[in-house]
Design a binder for this molecule. Structure first.
Ligand code: COS
Length: 382
C-alpha cells in the first residue's frame, strides 16, 4: 500500500498553493469587503485550467481526476468563495454533463466549461425540493422539437454568472425519482430564462447564490441531458462526486485554521508564557490535527475510489458528513484559541467560522448524508 501522491498531482498541488499565496491571499479581505471575486482572477483561474481539473483532456480538461481536483480544492480551501465557485461549476455543474451527457453534448459543452470561457451551475434546489430533491415543481413539457420549462430554482451557486445551467425538471410526476425527472442543458440566452434575486448569506462573500426563474422557457429537445427521465440519477451521481470535492475544501480550510491557531498560541503570552504551553490549548490543537488527518485520508480514499470507476455513494456521504463536522469543530476551536481576537470581524478566524457553517447544509444536509449511509449499510448488510 502506497500513500504517496503521484508526482504529477503534487506538481498541480504546488501550482495551486503558489497561486493561492501569491494571488488569492492578498485579496481575500477585499473580496470579503466588496462581496466580489475580481473578474481578472476568475480569468486567471480559467487560464490556469482550474475550471476543468478532473475531466479528460479530450474534453479540454486537465485530466487529473477526482484526487487531483480534491488536492487543488484543499489548497484553495482557505479562500472559501473560490472553492465554492469551482465546486459548483466543476464538481456538480459541468460534472452533470460529464456523467450524464451524450458524447456529442460533452464535446459541445465541456471544452468551453473546462477553459472557463463559460461558467456552469447546478439547478436542482427549489423552495419545496431541498432535502427531498425528488419533490420538484419545475415542469418540462414537450412541444414539437422543444421543451417548455416553467418553475424556479433557489440558492443556485453561480446562478447569477452562469452561462450554462443544468436544470432538473419533472417530466412525469407519477414516475418521480425513478424516471420522472429529466435534466436539461440550459443556456442563459434561452428565451424565458431569468435570474431572480441574489441572496444575502451568512458568509461566503464573493460567491453568490441566486434564484432562477423559468417562464415558458424554450429548450431545444437536443438539450435533454443524456437520457430522457434519467435526471434524478444524474443529479445523485453528480452529488456523489461533489460531496468528495466539498470534503477536500473543508480539509484545506481546517488545515489553515490549525496553522493559524498554532502560530497564535505560540505568540500570545498570558500569565508570563505563550498560551501554547497550556495543556488545554495543546489538546485543542491535537483534536484539530487528528480530525483533519482523518478527514484528509477519508477524502483521498473516496477520491481515489472514484477515479477507479467504483461506485462510492457511501464513502462520498461519509466523507462529506465527517469533513464538514470536522471543519465546523476546528473553526470553533480556532475561535476559542484566538479568544477575543477570534471574534473580531477584522481577523479571518471569524470569517472562517461563518464560511464553514454551510458545509453541514449544502450538497445535502448532514442528516441526509446519514440517511444515505444508513440505506447503504442496510442494503449491503455491512
Ligand atoms: N447514484 C446513482 N443512482 C442513485 C443514487 C446514487 N447516489 N441515489 C439514488 N439513485 C437512484 C436509484 O436508482 C434510486 O432508485 P432504486 O433505489 O430503485 O435503485 C432512485 O435514484 C431514487 O432514489 P431514492 O429512493 O434514494 O430517492 P429519494 O427520493 O428517497 O431521495 C435522497 C434520496 C434523500 C438521498 C436525495 O433526495 C438527496 O440526496 N437529497 C439531498 C439533495 C441535495 O444534496 N441537495 C443539495 C443540492 S446542491 S447544493
Amino acid at each position: 500500500m502506497d500513500f504517496t501522491i503521484p508526482e504529477d498531482l503534487e506538481m498541480v498541488r504546488r501550482t495551486a498553493r503558489d497561486y493561492f499565496n501569491d494571488r488569492i491571499l492578498p485579496v481575500v479581505d477585499k473580496i470579503e469587503e466588496e462581496d466580489e471575486i475580481p473578474p481578472e482572477l476568475i480569468k486567471e483561474l480559467a487560464e490556469m485550467g482550474f475550471f476543468g481539473l478532473p475531466f479528460p483532456e479530450k474534453y479540454g480538461g486537465v485530466g487529473i481526476g477526482e484526487l487531483g481536483y480534491c488536492l487543488v480544492l484543499e489548497e484553495l480551501g482557505a479562500a472559501a468563495p473560490f472553492g465554492n465557485l469551482i465546486g459548483a461549476h466543476t464538481g456538480i455543474g459541468a460534472m452533470s454533463i460529464y456523467l450524464g451527457g451524450t458524447e456529442e453534448q460533452k464535446m459541445k459543452y465541456l471544452p468551453d466549461l473546462c477553459a472557463g470561457k463559460k461558467i456552469a451551475a447546478f439547478g436542482l434546489t427549489e423552495p419545496s425540493a431541498g432535502s427531498d430533491a425528488a419533490n420538484l415543481q419545475t415542469t418540462a413539457v414537450r412541444k414539437g422539437d422543444k421543451f417548455i420549462i416553467n418553475g424556479s430554482k433557489q440558492w443556485i451557486t453561480n446562478g447569477n454568472i452562469a452561462d450554462v445551467i443544468i436544470v432538473y425538471a419533472v417530466t412525469d410526476k407519477a414516475l418521480g425519482a425513478r424516471g420522472g425527472v429529466t435534466a436539461f442543458i440550459v443556456e442563459k440566452t434561452f428565451p424565458g430564462f431569468k435570474v431572480g434575486k441574489i441572496d444575502q448569506k451568512m458568509g461566503l462573500r464573493g460567491s453568490h447564490t441566486a434564484e432562477l426563474i423559468f417562464e415558458d422557457m424554450e429548450v431545444p429537445a437536443e438539450n435533454v441531458l443524456g437520457e430522457f427521465g434519467a435526471g434524478f440519477v444524474t443529479a445523485m451521481k453528480a452529488l456523489d462526486v461533489g460531496r468528495i470535492g466539498l470534503a477536500g475544501g473543508a480539509v484545506g480550510g481546517a488545515q489553515k485554521l490549525l496553522e493559524m491557531s498554532i502560530q497564535w498560541a505560540q505568540q500570545r503570552v498570558q500569565f508570563g508564557q505563550p498560551i501554547a504551553n497550556n495543556q488545554a490549548i495543546q489538546w485543542m490543537l491535537v483534536d484539530m490535527a487528528t480530525k483533519i488527518h482523518a478527514a484528509r485520508l477519508m477524502t483521498y480514499n473516496a477520491a481515489w475510489k472514484m477515479d477507479q470507476g467504483q461506485k462510492c455513494t457511501r464513502e462520498a456521504a461519509m466523507v462529506k458528513l465527517y469533513a464538514s463536522e470536522m471543519a465546523c469543530e476546528v473553526a470553533d476551536m480556532a475561535v476559542q484559541i484566538h479568544g477575543g481576537i477570534g471574534y473580531m470581524k477584522e481577523y479571518r478566524i471569524e470569517r472562517a467560522y461563518r464560511d464553514t457553517r454551510i458545509l453541514k447544509i449544502y450538497e445535502g444536509t448532514n442528516e441526509i448524508q446519514k440517511l444515505v449511509i444508513a440505506r447503504e449499510l442496510l442494503k449491503a448488510g455491512k
